[in-house]
Design a protein around this ligand. Structure first.
Ligand SMILES: *Cc1c(COP(=O)(O)O)cnc(C)c1O
Length: 458
């Protein structure tokens, strides 16, 4: 089955030239970057699939909005617009702006997480878990088991919370030790896998029974809504906006990175319904981000963000966005590249364990594969395996089941031809896979080590 490509629901009016360096030059650049793709420069890169975070192409309507930036220190018009938009689209009472998603994670963790507490969630995310741990909390993974099985492609909602695991944790530590459950929609670290409406509802009901708050990681909630429309019975005729509103009705608040589904380059927010939480968050936001009417964003940022959120609810937009990712995944899979299935909403994840079966996890297979893909094709990807997982409180490496290389698709940036180049390049690397050597650390930062760590060949 050759995969079908949906024409872009936009046309291009401004371009940014990109070049492919010669192979010897690429080998030198990745070595100089310590075999860490985060340390490459844009000028080294041909196609940049490092992340979909802040790499979005804004529409002409968003760019026009920049000119309406009201750069007042307090009470900006653009903040009023953003606040109204979030309230309307997500249904929350209170909104606190932050410079990006982790700013909101910092606020909610500082307010609710105390030493000795447990925060369950459907798989960890790097910055989210770090903020919980900085407050003395412990993250507990309660995602369904199949999320850890990259070959299982028969499950439409691999991001679902396992209610049995969740309830077992509540019974073990007691609900008073659980300030909230963090539910990601979609689950980034599981490969952009969605969470079903039925599961969100069930998690909310169980949480209410025990008096535990539900906080969504809303970063890719529009992609999640698209999957619900496509895969969950009863939602096929609902609009994306209706589905988003229903999803958030099963939560007490959310953190959001606007750099993903907000289709902007910078921005985020915390939204809650409880007045007490809102008061505490506005007290902290002035310390860490800025006034509660800008939170680290300029007026023009906030205008673009408000406009981007509305555009994201457009069915043609989100359908193309997710189907473009699925197209890349299908093309790679058809060519024999081992990937996580089903393909998620924002990225294709290559299974480095199956790509490089000759490397053990301690030889950092996903890090080695990401470096090799760059050297082979000029395509920049990211490690999501043992390097990203980091160390626990006692200094031991976490050993995640998955060793993945993430090919993340920026929104509205690349065409079908770019994606074909990517798929064909990774396929041709597969033939040389046995020559790819493992890596070892030469510099390991103590927090979020994957961003700036350096490596060399074993
Ligand atoms: C990106 C991301 C965050 C953090 O957002 P930033 O804007 O990068 O700070 C949190 N959760 C998930 C799932 C993300 O993908």
């Amino acid at each position: 089955m050759e995969s079908k490509y949906i024409p872009e629901p936009y046309k291009i009016k401004m371009v940014e030239p990109i070049t492919l360096l010669p192979k010897e030059e690429r080998a030198k650049r990745i070595k100089d970057a310590g075999y860490n793709t985060f340390l490459l420069k844009t000028r080294d890169v041909f196609i940049d699939l490092l992340t979909d975070s802040g790499t979005n192409a804004m529409s002409h309507y968003q760019w026009a909005g920049l000119m309406l930036g009201d750069e007042a220190y307090a009470g900006s018009e653009n903040w009023i617009h953003l606040e109204e938009t979030v309230r309307e689209l997500f249904g929350f009472r209170y909104v606190v702006p932050t410079h990006q998603g982790r700013g909101a994670e910092n606020l909610i963790s500082q307010i609710l997480v105390k030493p000795g507490m447990y925060i369950p969630g459907n798989m960890y995310f790097t910055t989210t878990r770090t903020h919980m741990e900085l407050q003395g909390g412990t993250f507990v993974d309660v995602i369904r088991d199949e999320a850890h099985e990259p070959e299982r492609d028969d499950i439409p909602f691999k991001g679902d919370v396992d209610l049995g695991k969740y309830e077992a944790l509540i019974k073990k530590v007691g609900p008073e030790k659980i300030p909230y459950i963090c539910v990601a929609v979609t689950v980034n670290m599981a490969g952009g896998q969605p969470t079903s409406m039925a599961n969100l509802k069930a998690v909310y009901e169980m949480s209410q029974r025990y008096g535990i708050r539900v906080i969504f990681d809303a970063t890719r909630c529009v992609e999640n809504a698209y999957f619900i429309k496509k895969r969950e019975a009863g939602y096929e005729d609902k609009t994306i906006a209706e589905i988003v509103l229903e999803m958030f009705s099963y939560s007490d608040g959310c953190t959001m990175s606007g750099k993903k589904d907000g289709i902007v380059n910078m921005g985020g927010f915390l939204a809650v319904n409880e007045e007490d939480l809102y008061r505490k968050a506005t007290g902290l936001v002035v310390v860490y981000e800025g006034m509660p009417s800008y939170g680290g964003m300029t007026g023009r940022d906030m205008e673009a963000f408000a406009r981007g959120l509305r555009e994201a609810m457009n069915y043609d937009y989100i359908r193309h966005r997710v189907e473009q990712v699925i197209y890349l995944g299908n093309r790679m899979s058809q060519r024999g590249v081992p990937i996580v299935k089903p393909v998620g909403g924002h990225a294709v994840f290559v299974d480095a364990r199956r790509f490089l079966p000759h490397l053990s996890q301690d030889e950092l297979p996903a890090q080695a594969l990401a470096a090799a893909i760059y050297e082979h094709s000029g395509v920049r990807t990211m490690e999501r395996g043992i390097v990203s997982a980091g160390r626990d409180k006692d200094g031991n490496n976490y050993h995640p089941k998955l060793e993945l290389v993430r090919l993340t698709i920026p929104r509205r940036v690349y065409t079908n031809a770019h994606l074909d180049y990517v798929a064909d390049s990774v396929e041709s690397l597969l033939a040389e896979a046995s020559d790819i050597r493992g890596l070892k650390w030469v510099y390991e930062p103590s927090v979020l080590r994957f961003f700036t760590g350096r490596f060399e060949h074993i």
